[in-house]
Design a protein around this ligand. Structure first.
Ligand code: HEM
Length: 506
């Protein structure tokens, strides 16, 4: 055999092989419209996701191509009410795509699946059942004291900073993290107290940002990254995991032997106590490590998402002062008539109609997650006149869905909370069905009620006590999409509206 001739042909054979793959890719979903390159290779998506503004790309593509856009050889982005109904309905239970597997870290030599990232629907149901009640609407009032503790500290810190220019994006993040720490462990991370990212916890969480890129090419994660981590297998050094482990060990050490509820040292039923009780009630499903995973998921899924939504509220109110004025007026009237207290309770917040409109509008124009929530159809489906063979990766991106003019009106691109008040009952139903901020179906956000509790309480509380002013209206915030669409650079000056003694509420 002539080895030299054979070796010299390797580049040609490889090229031929590549061309065959590209042609095969192109033909699989060739009838679905979209950018030509997207049909050939997922690298097209890697490029847009890596740039950090993929949410805008999805909005632009749907404006150009309509409800259905091919975004990869086997991936389609779909937008519209019909799409939400078809892909996220609870009967079909289409599983999550491989986009989620890079989020499964190697534990004891295997990828560890949690409630958020598992791609196995049956396993997901097993994980969700033992803890579902801890997140139910009927339970959330029990978390109010945790939110109030942290809000009082937040008010105190803001009062210390009155008159100074501060990056409110950072402070809202500290607040959201400390609230979720308090609700989960009866322990704040200490960010508000210290005014800094204690132990680099936030920094570490954000440095996981490559998962959104690997999610576009999960085979790279499977073949290279996971294998590398299996080989290098060692205990996690993540400060979030260290923090959660320390809290759990402490609880198990201090809890009274006859306490079946695993209450915190102040006798409170936080998430940790509920997860430990689930360990007793469901020993086949929940072990110590699973408890740790539940608490960790709370922190990862519930902190940034809430901080992002709070930032969106303040940003848009400040950029649209008429809406800020209307909200403040509603709050002032309610306060004067005694309908709300200085530290607003959940039931009180539910009487504020314009606040509700502002919240919904913020979650519409700036959904925390800015990539499609990908699923794989386990049976062929057709949508908007296109056929999707079994095994297609298909998902709705809240950013394009929320700009659908047939759902939100001709002015869907702009901030206008009034749309949620002026609409007829029928129109409101349709707009609510299109609001995809918390996802849909069996995998809809389990922490939705928790975050609503937090946000509906803290916003009217802050606006009763302070006024907020953009430090430099010509200086815009910066967005970066790493699955979560993070904002930075929200520089404000805070002023006191009225001073009051916080200690009487504490
Ligand atoms: C404004 C705040 C929040 C937003 C916008 C949000 C958004 C979402 C979305 C879109 C999903 C579905 C993801 C998917 O289908 O891939 C989700 C799932 C989830 N969220 Fe949230 N979330 C928020 C707050 C929270 C909070 C406070 C917690 C915990 C206390 C939490 C815990 C979870 C968990 C555990 C899941 C996985 C649920 C499952 O698959 O069963 N989230 N969230």
């Amino acid at each position: 055999m002539d080895w030299f001739r054979l070796i010299s042909r390797i580049p040609i054979i490889s090229l031929l092989f590549l061309v065959i793959i590209l042609i095969r890719n192109h033909f699989r979903l060739r009838r679905i419209p979209g950018p030509f390159l997207a049909g050939l290779t997922n690298l097209w998506r890697v490029y847009y996701v890596k740039r950090g503004d993929a949410q805008d790309t999805y909005v632009r593509l749907h404006k150009k191509y309509g409800n259905v856009v091919r975004v990869g050889p086997n991936s389609v982005s779909v937008s519209g009410l019909e799409a939400i109904q078809a892909i996220y309905n609870v009967q079909d239970k289409f599983p999550k795509s491989e986009f989620y597997t890079p989020q499964q870290f190697i534990v004891r030599g295997k990828p560890y699946e949690n409630m958020f990232n598992t791609t196995n629907e049956d396993f997901h149901q097993l994980l969700r059942k033992p803890v579902a009640k801890a997140y139910a609407m009927t339970t959330i009032v029990e978390y109010e004291p945790f939110v109030d503790d942290t809000t009082l500290l937040f008010l105190k810190k803001m009062e210390e900073l009155v008159g100074q220019t501060i990056d409110f994006a950072v402070w809202l993040q500290y607040y959201a993290f400390d609230v979720i720490g308090e609700m989960t462990f009866s322990k704040k991370f200490g960010f508000l107290e210290k005014g800094e990212d204690v132990g680099g916890i936030i920094h570490t969480l954000h440095s996981l940002s490559r998962i959104q890129i690997l999610g576009q090419i999960p085979w790279v994660d499977r073949i290279f990254v996971k294998q590398y981590h299996k080989y290098k297998s060692r205990p996690s050094t993540s400060p979030v995991v260290q923090f959660t482990m320390a809290q759990m060990q402490q609880r198990l050490k201090t809890v009274r032997y006859d306490d079946k509820e695993f209450l915190s040292e102040h006798g409170r039923r936080d998430f940790l106590s509920r997860f430990l009780a689930a360990r007793q009630a469901f020993p086949d499903i929940v072990d110590d490590f699973r408890v740790l995973a539940y608490t960790n998921t709370n922190i990862v899924a519930g902190s940034d998402s809430t901080a992002i939504t709070l930032r969106a509220v303040f940003y848009h109110l400040l950029r649209n002062p008429i809406t800020m004025q209307r909200l403040v007026e509603e709050i002032d009237v309610a306060a004067k008539s005694g309908r709300i207290s200085t530290l607003v309770t959940w039931p009180q917040s539910q009487t504020l109609e314009y606040l509700d409109a502002v919240m919904k509008e913020a979650m519409r124009v700036h959904a925390a997650i800015g990539l499609p929530l990908e699923r794989v159809n386990t049976r062929p489906i057709s949508l908007y006149g296109y056929e999707f063979p079994t095994g297609t990766t298909i998902g709705v991106n809240a950013w394009s869905m929320h700009r659908d003019k047939s759902v939100y009106g001709e002015d869907a691109d702009i901030w206008r909370p009034e749309r949620w008040i002026e609409a007829s009952e029928e129109e409101k139903k349709i707009m609510n069905r299109g609001l995809f901020t918390f996802g849909g179906g069996t995998r809809q956000c389990i922490g939705r009620n928790i975050s609503l509790l937090e946000m509906y309480k803290v916003i009217p509380t802050l606006l009763q006590r302070f006024t907020f002013e953009l430090a430099d209206p010509t200086d815009d915030w910066t967005l970066f999409n790493s699955v979560f669409v993070h904002q930075s650079n929200l520089n404000l000056i805070i002023r006191l509206r009225r001073s009051s003694d916080h200690s009487e509420e504490a």
